[in-house]
Design a protein around this ligand. Sequence first.
Ligand SMILES: [Zn+2]
Length: 122
Amino acid sequence: MNWTDVPSDKFSAWLDVFRSSQEGINLKAKCPVCGSATLHRYFSSPHTPPADGTLGRCGRWEWCSSCRSFAHYSAAMPVWWHCDITVDEAILTPEPEALEQALIIASHNVAEPDGAVNDLPA
Ligand SMILES: [Zn+2]
């Protein structure tokens, strides 16, 4: 299934959802297009960090893992942005496929049992 642009009649609701959230890569809100709680966002590192101490322009992705609607913009990186997953930014494209794959890998890592670490004697 290919990535598709957010339908124009849903775009304003889509923007509202993302604008009202300062969550990280995973949003709790439901997708305005399909109703699934599988919305994600990502800001890439600025290509050239500005020398003036600001955060600079970066790539901004918003997507839904279920219906594969997505939006991609150039944006200012917000100060609240944080990201728990590792993304190879060299392979990023306007479509969020590489980001989706990074999320899948991260979720597999989280699902691994960590009992071995917890069971170590104190
Ligand atoms: Zn969706």
